[in-house]
Write a protein that binds this ligand. Structure first.
Ligand code: ADP
Ligand code: MG
Length: 240
């Protein structure tokens, strides 16, 4: 893959503090990171090192105290709240460790939800598109289940389906296998690899050593809010 001149994400000197005075603590400390289109980056580090803070800023769910964030070459600080919301609904998909689905909606309705935020698509069409994504994940026969009728691995597959139903350029996943058994975790990793192979840039946080050890991609290690290692293993994206 040829490196494009404009990275999908570029962070310069990002800093975020929690607490005041003596209790102040850097959740992120001068983080520089450049994410190229098509990469699959794993962010690793112990609990409390700043992974969620970093991903929430990348996903425009939170903002840094200082530093710069360029998304597709545009500084997000120059964009309005409304533009942020638009980017969140069209360009970025997010998967969390848990609490992913809305319990009063069916699997199909959950997956179709981001399409209604984005607007301009009729309900039937939205459900059809959601159904097509679920089929891809072998969840078609669970369309009319409620979230509480699913296993943990199925919930996470539905959550991933919902995150990509809009065909986002970037998929952000925060410890998506954190609550799953090892075998189910591998299934989820396979899904991420397929999504990456189809062209989506992925940034995933994990502290699962087994996953990190087998990743033949770029691994970025964080400690105390700082990037302490940024290592390119084997392939650049999934095609390698
Ligand atoms: P990780 O996801 O790697 O476990 P986090 O980004 O959640 O780490 O947290 C980084 C640091 O910031 C931790 O020390 C955590 O306690 C602190 N922190 C995170 N969120 C908050 C918050 N809302 N208020 C105060 N401290 C927070
Ligand atoms: Mg976290």
């Amino acid at each position: 893959m040829v490196r494009s001149s404009t990275p999908v994400i570029e962070l310069r000197g990002l800093t975020k503090q929690y607490g005041l005075g003596d209790a102040a603590q850097n959740a992120l400390d001068n983080v520089d990171l450049r994410v190229e289109k098509g990469e699959f980056i794993v962010i690793m580090g112990p609990s409390g090192c700043g992974k969620t803070t970093l991903l929430n800023i990348m996903g425009l769910l939170d903002r840094a105290d200082s530093g710069e964030y360029f998304l597709d070459g545009t500084s997000v600080a120059t964009l309005s709240k409304r533009q942020h919301a638009r980017i969140r609904s069209r360009q970025i998909g997010i998967v969390f460790q848990s609490f992913n689905l809305i319990n009063r909606l069916t699997v199909l309705e959950n997956v179709a939800l981001p399409l209604s935020y984005r607007g301009g698509m009729r309900r039937v069409k939205r459900l059809e598109q959601a159904s097509a994504v679920l089929k891809n994940f072998h969840l078609q026969e669970r369309e009319y289940y409620m979230p509480w009728q699913l296993s943990g691995g199925q919930v996470q597959r539905v959550a991933i389906a919902r995150a990509i139903v809009n065909d986002p350029a970037i998929l952000i996943a925060d410890e998506p296998t954190g609550n799953l058994d090892p075998e189910t975790s591998w299934d989820i990793m396979d899904i991420f690899k397929r999504i990456n192979a189809a062209g989506t840039t992925i940034v995933m946080a994990t502290h699962d050593k087994n996953i990190v050890d087998t990743m033949q991609r770029r691994v970025v290690a964080i400690e105390d809010g700082k990037i302490v290692r940024d290592e390119q293993r084997g392939g650049y994206g999934y095609e390698n």
